[in-house]
Design a protein around this ligand. Structure first.
Ligand SMILES: *[C@@H]1O[C@H](CO)[C@@H](O)[C@H](O)[C@H]1NC(C)=O
Length: 139
């Protein structure tokens, strides 16, 4: 199963990084140095015979608020949705912030299947996703 491979890959990556993860004050704003994030990117392909589709209204008003409600109890601090230009390889880039990589792993383990099951409701493409740590910010 593609999803299982992706998930185990993600966990393997997460455990490599987890040694340097440190607990942060969850009351601070998302995206601070030391926070961890999950990045989901939605591929876009536009050519003579194929056009990727993405329903931003559904995604921003239904899917992401729903994910936030599921992940908040695990420590999710907030998220940003970014729309990329049509020539980029991805149409949408979403960052979901947590204090630690483990919080995201636990949230995904609990709710990943039901979340990915809804992707076809708004996107023609399945989103690869990666985790990372905020290392510097001026915001
Ligand atoms: C358009 O993209 C689709 C999906 O990747 C691909 O299967 C198809 O070969 C492409 N067609 C052209 C004309 O490039």
């Amino acid at each position: 199963m593609q999803l299982q491979t992706l998930t185990s890959l993600l966990f393997a990556t997460a455990s490599v990084f987890s040694q340097s993860a440190k607990a942060q004050d969850t009351s601070c704003a998302p995206g601070n140095v030391g926070d961890w994030f999950s990045m989901a990117v939605y591929p876009q392909i536009h050519n003579a015979t194929y056009d990727s589709t993405f329903d931003m209204d559904y995604y921003s008003q239904q899917q992401m608020p729903w994910i936030y409600s599921l992940f908040k109890p695990f420590g999710m601090k907030g998220y940003t949705i970014t729309v990329l230009e049509r020539t980029a390889p991805y149409s949408v880039l979403t960052l979901m912030y947590f204090s630690t990589a483990e919080q995201f792993q636990e949230a995904l383990a609990a709710h990943g299947d039901e979340i990915f099951a809804r992707v076809p409701l708004f996107s023609s493409e399945f989103p690869p996703h990666y985790i990372g740590e905020v290392t510097n910010t001026t915001i």
